[in-house]
Structure formats: C-alpha cells, structure tokens
Ligand binder design. Structure first.
Ligand SMILES: C[S@@+](CC[C@H](N)C(=O)[O-])C[C@H]1O[C@@H](n2cnc3c(N)ncnc32)[C@H](O)[C@@H]1O
Length: 262
C-alpha cells in the first residue's frame, strides 16, 4: 500500500540572515521544493540560493500553481513524496496557504508548518510600538476598476478604537508598490468615502527592506511620501492613540539618536 507523504509549509524569514535551522532541516529532507514566488519578495532569498543551501532543485511556483492547480501538487505528496512549499517570511501570515494545508490534511497527507520570521513581527518590533495595540492589518492594493475602499476603512476603524494599523503594499507583476503610490490609493479611497481619514495622522512609520543590510525605518508625515524612505518593499504603520513611551519611541525614530527624552 502506498504511504502518503508529507507537506511542509515552510517560512524562510525575510532574508538569508533569518533562515532558521528548522527551515533548512525541512527543506533538506524534501523530495520536491516549491518556492512561493508571488506573496512576498526578498533582497536575497531566491531559488538559486535555496537550491545552493539545500542541494535540491527549487521550482518557483506561481499563484495559479499553488491555488488553482494545487491538486497536482498534492498528488506528489499522495504518491509518498515529501513536498515543501517555501514562502518568504512566514507561510501562514498574510498569505493564503491555509486552504492548501486543509486540502492536504483531508487527503490524509501529513502537514507540518515551520514558521519563519514574518514581516509582521519584524515590522512591529522595529517600530517599537506596543504589539498589544495593533488592530486588523490590511493590504493597500492597486486599483482594479472596482471601487474598493477596504484599506482606508480598516485604518479608520482601527484608529477610532485606539488601535494601530499595519499595512502591506501590493505587489503586481513582481513590482512592489511605492509609498507615494500607496498614499495616492488611500487618498482616492477616502475621497470616495467623503472623509479625511489621513488628516488624522500626524506621523506614520514607513519600514523598508526589513531584514536586509539597507533596511530603513522612517517616521514621516503623510505629506512627506517623497522623502528618502529607502527602497521597496515597504510596510506602513498608521499609529493611533499613543502611550507616552510610544511617543518617545517615535520621536527617537524620527530624529534618530539626536533625540533625548528629558
Ligand atoms: C502579503 S505580505 C506576505 C507576508 C509574508 N507571508 C510574511 O510573513 O512576511 C507581503 C508584503 O509584506 C511587505 N514586505 C515583505 N517583505 C518586506 C520587507 N523585507 N520589508 C518591508 N516590507 C516587506 C510588503 O508590503 C509586501 O508586499
């Protein structure tokens, strides 16, 4: 009788500096490695590097392969193979791999999740804002022609509850959205609502290329989107009601080491 194999959903962290031993062990024990090539982007993690570190062939998978054609991929595990799907960051945070895991489990395939350092944790940590005070996160997406106001509504709703909002910026055709484009999308969304949501924020936190040698954390006003905020990819945090420790932290980030709290 054929023994079903195993499916690993593996997180790679944000860059090669944040690859864990657990992730490398899972990948090295795999017969087939797919690299999720569309949910995120890294400064140095790519198929070549993972192949070099694991001595395995790595197949870059498009959205269609991991979503619409997932049955073919799961067939490999049903035939007894150990299959890994490796994602930049964490495989289950701000990605849609839960459906794949449930599908695999319902076919009797053993599923193992190996977490990775997510941009979500990394960005909250580097912002020095209180993790207890974050509300729902949201992606600022490129307009599709449909009058979408999701992102601005989430930011507004969190703000009214005293909660900070972490926003991811869309990636289209491998091109990550820029900060000025994100503010343009939000301005368009708020004008549809007829409300000045962005005007409520004195400062936002822009974090770029986290986990890379040139990562940058900037505290800017919404009108300073063209300031040097580093290179993509970015997250933007919209802070709400701040504890005085958080005020000090943001002042420190804005004015860097020159700031002294007295
Ligand atoms: C949909 S999320 C996927 C998150 C991933 N599953 C994780 O756990 O890190 C991808 C978005 O996160 C942000 N992002 C990813 N890596 C980043 C980095 N190194 N620095 C800043 N933002 C990043 C960008 O907005 C990007 O479009």
């Amino acid at each position: 009788m054929l023994m079903p194999g195993r499916l690993y959903l593996v997180g790679l962290g944000l860059s090669s500096n944040f690859l864990t031993q657990a992730t490398l062990d899972a990948l090295r024990s795999s017969d087939v490695i797919f690299l999720d090539g569309y949910t995120s982007i890294s400064c140095d993690l790519n198929a070549e590097l993972i192949s070099k570190l694991t001595s395995k062939e790595v197949i870059v998978a498009k959205r269609s392969q991991l979503e619409d054609e997932a049955k073919q991929l799961l067939k490999l595990a049903e035939l007894g193979n150990v299959v890994s799907i490796a994602s930049i960051g964490d495989p289950m945070i701000a990605t849609t791999h839960a459906a794949l895991a449930v599908d695999a489990m319902s076919r009797g395939i053993e599923v193992k999740i190996v977490p990775g350092i997510s941009v979500f944790c990394y960005a909250v940590s580097k912002s020095m804002l209180s993790s207890y005070k974050f509300g729902r996160s949201v992606t600022i997406t490129y307009p599709t022609g449909i009058a979408d106001v999701t992102a601005i509504k989430v930011i507004e709703s969190n703000f009214s509850q005293g909660l900070h909002t972490l926003t991811f910026l869309d990636i289209k055709d491998d091109k990550p959205m820029r900060v000025s484009e994100a503010f343009d999308v939000l301005r368009e969304q708020q004008s549809r609502l007829g409300r000045d949501v962005l005007g409520q924020f004195q400062y936002v936190v822009v974090e770029s290329r986290l986990g890379c040698p040139d990562e940058k954390v900037s505290v800017i006003s919404v009108n300073e989107a063209d300031e040097d905020v580093g290179s993509p990819p970015y997250v933007i945090i919209f802070p709400s009601r701040l504890h005085f420790m958080e005020v000090d932290a943001l002042k420190w980030l804005r004015f860097k080491r020159e700031y002294r709290s007295t």
